[in-house]
Design a protein around this ligand. Structure first.
Ligand code: ACO
Length: 449
C-alpha cells in the first residue's frame, strides 16, 4: 500500500478502497469505483461553490490565503508593484517569464498598436441608452469583438491566440473609456499611442478640448499599480467562468465576455462600488459601532471584508493602503477614508470578525482611490476588468495546453420528481387566483435625442 494514498472503507459494504493522493488531492473520479451494486453509478463528491475542489492545474498565480501571500509566476505581488509595470506583468502572466528588453519592446508596441477599435464597434456603443451601465456595455462590447475577429475561432493556432491576447488587453481599456464617455454624453476619445498604458486610459476618459491630456504622473503610476494588483487571482469566480465557457472550444473573446459577466456581480468585482455606498450610508466615523452591530445582527454585510481564499489581510489591500497618502496629496482629500479606517480598526479588534478571519480585501480601499481619480462608482468594476483581462487570457491560454482539458460539465444531485404522468390541462388543480407576469411599469420618457 502506497503511503501517498487514502484508504476508504465503505461502511455500506465493508469494502476498502485505496485512492492515490497526488499534490495533496484525491481525484474525484476515483470515488466512482465505490458502489454498493455493480449497476449503480458510483460515489460522487458534492462541493457546491467549489469550496474544496481543484478544477485545474495552473502555474500562473500562487496564493497562500492563510499567510496572505500572492505571487504571479513565482514573483511576489509586493515586488511586482514596486518594480514592474502593468504591461510587463501582463507579459509575465501570459508567457510565464519576465520579458527581455527586446521582448518587452515588441509586446508594448503590439499592445499600443492594437488599442483602436473598429468604427462599427463605436457605432454599436452609440446604440446603448444614455444611462446604460458601463459594465453592461463593456460586456456586450467584448462579446462583439469576436465578430470582428472570426479567425480567433482557430484556438489551436498559437499566432491567433497571441493576437487575441494582444487585442483584448489593448482594446478593453478603449471600450471601457467609451462606456464612460457614453454615460457622460461626451465624444469618445481615440487612443494616444505616445502615452503609456495607464496614461492612455486616463486620457481616453478625461480629455476635453486640450490637444493632449497628460495625467499627473503620480496618478497614472498609482493606476498602474492598481492594474498590477488586479491582474490575476487564480481560480476566482470570473476566471472559472472564462475557463468553464472556454472549455467548450469557443473563441477567447466570447470566453472573456463570460468573465466580464461574472466580474459584474456585487460579491466579486462589484464589491468596491458596494463599499462606497456602504461608507456613504454610514456617513461619519461616529456611526461605525452602530453599523458593525447591525453587521453582527446580520442586518448588514461589511462590504470589502472577507475573502474565500484569504483568511488573513489581503496583501493587495495592504499595498493600496500604502499609496493612499500620495494620491490624496495630488487630489482632493476624500473624507470617506476616515470612515473606512475607523471600520477597519473596530472590525480588527472585534471577536466576531477576527474569529471568522474577516480582514479587508482588495476592494475595501480601491474604490476610495478610484473616487480620488474622479472615476465614478459605476466604472469601478470596469476598471477591474481592464487588468483582469490579462489574467483571464493567461489562464485561457494555459488551459488550451492542458492535456487533461475537457469540456467542463459538473454533476448534480437530482432532488426533483420522477416518472410522473402528463396531466391534461383541464384536469390540473391549482390555486383559484390566477397569477401572471407583473404589470408593466409605465414607460419612462427618453431623455435627449
Ligand atoms: N460581513 C459580515 N460577515 C461576513 C462577511 C462580511 N463581509 N463575509 C463573511 N462573513 C461571515 C459569514 O456570515 C459567515 O459567518 P457564519 O459562519 O457565522 O455564518 C462567515 O463569515 C464565513 O463567510 P462565508 O460566507 O462562508 O465566506 P465565503 O468564502 O463564502 O465568502 C465573500 C467570501 C463572498 C467574499 C464574503 O466574505 C463576502 O460576501 N464579502 C463581502 C463582499 C466582498 O467584499 N467581496 C469582494 C471579494 S474580493 C474580490 O472578489 C475581488
Amino acid at each position: 500500500m502506497s503511503s501517498e494514498s487514502l484508504t476508504v472503507t465503505d461502511n455500506r459494504t465493508g469494502k476498502t478502497y485505496e485512492l492515490p493522493i497526488e499534490d495533496g488531492t484525491v481525484r474525484g473520479l476515483d470515488l466512482r469505483q465505490i458502489k454498493v451494486t455493480e449497476d449503480e453509478f458510483g460515489l460522487m463528491s458534492y462541493d457546491p461553490a467549489f469550496n474544496n475542489t481543484a478544477s485545474c492545474r495552473s502555474s500562473v498565480t500562487y496564493i497562500d490565503g492563510a499567510a496572505g501571500i500572492l505571487e504571479h509566476r513565482g514573483y511576489s505581488i509586493e515586488q511586482l508593484c514596486e518594480r514592474s509595470t502593468f504591461l510587463e506583468t501582463a507579459y509575465l502572466l501570459i508567457f510565464g517569464e519576465l520579458p527581455t528588453a527586446a521582448q518587452l519592446d515588441r509586446w508594448t508596441f503590439d499592445i499600443t498598436h492594437h488599442t483602436f477599435v473598429h468604427e462599427d464597434l463605436k457605432q454599436f456603443f452609440q446604440g446603448f441608452r444614455y444611462d446604460a451601465h458601463p459594465m453592461g456595455m463593456l460586456l456586450a462590447g467584448v462579446g462583439a469583438l469576436s465578430t470582428f475577429y472570426p479567425d480567433a475561432k482557430k484556438i489551436d493556432d498559437p499566432e491567433e491566440r497571441y493576437m487575441a491576447a494582444v487585442r483584448l488587453i489593448a482594446k478593453v481599456p478603449t471600450l471601457a473609456a467609451f462606456s464612460y464617455r457614453h454615460n457622460m454624453g461626451l465624444p469618445y476619445v481615440y487612443p494616444d499611442n505616445d502615452l503609456n498604458f495607464a496614461e492612455n486610459f486616463l486620457s481616453m476618459m478625461f480629455k476635453k478640448t486640450e490637444d493632449r491630456h497628460i495625467p499627473k504622473q503620480v496618478l497614472s503610476k498609482v493606476l498602474d499599480v492598481l492594474f498590477i494588483l488586479h491582474a490575476d487571482h487564480e481560480q476566482n469566480c470570473s476566471t472559472n467562468a472564462v475557463r468553464g465557457v472556454g472549455s467548450s472550444g469557443v473563441d477567447p473573446y466570447s470566453a472573456v465576455a463570460a468573465g466580464v459577466a461574472a466580474l459584474y456581480g456585487p460579491l466579486h468585482g462589484g464589491a468596491n462600488e458596494a463599499v462606497l455606498r456602504m461608507l456613504r450610508r454610514i456617513e461619519s466615523p461616529q456611526n461605525v459601532p452602530d453599523f458593525l452591530a447591525r453587521v453582527k445582527e446580520r442586518e448588514e454585510k461589511l462590504m470589502g471584508f472577507g475573502h474565500r481564499v484569504y483568511k488573513n489581510y489581503d496583501p493587495r489591500a495592504r499595498i493600496i493602503q500604502q499609496h493612499m497618502d500620495e494620491v490624496f496629496e495630488a487630489t482632493e482629500y476624500n473624507p470617506l477614508v476616515e470612515i473606512a479606517r475607523e471600520l477597519e480598526k473596530h472590525a480588527l479588534d472585534d471577536e466576531y470578525f477576527t474569529s471568522r478571519k474577516l480582514y479587508p480585501n482588495v476592494d475595501f480601499y480601491s474604490g476610495i482611490i478610484y473616487e480620488a481619480l474622479e472615476i465614478p462608482a459605476n466604472m469601478f468594476t470596469v476598471l477591474f476588468t481592464i487588468p483582469r483581462t490579462a489574467g483571464w487570457m493567461a489562464q485561457w491560454m494555459e488551459m488550451q495546453e492542458d492535456p487533461e482539458l475537457k469540456i467542463a460539465r459538473p454533476r448534480q444531485i437530482y432532488t426533483g420528481e420522477r416518472e410522473r404522468d402528463y396531466v391534461a390541462l383541464d384536469d390540473r388543480n391549482g390555486p383559484e387566483k390566477i397569477t401572471g407576469p407583473p404589470a408593466r411599469r409605465p414607460k419612462r420618457p427618453r431623455r435627449g435625442a
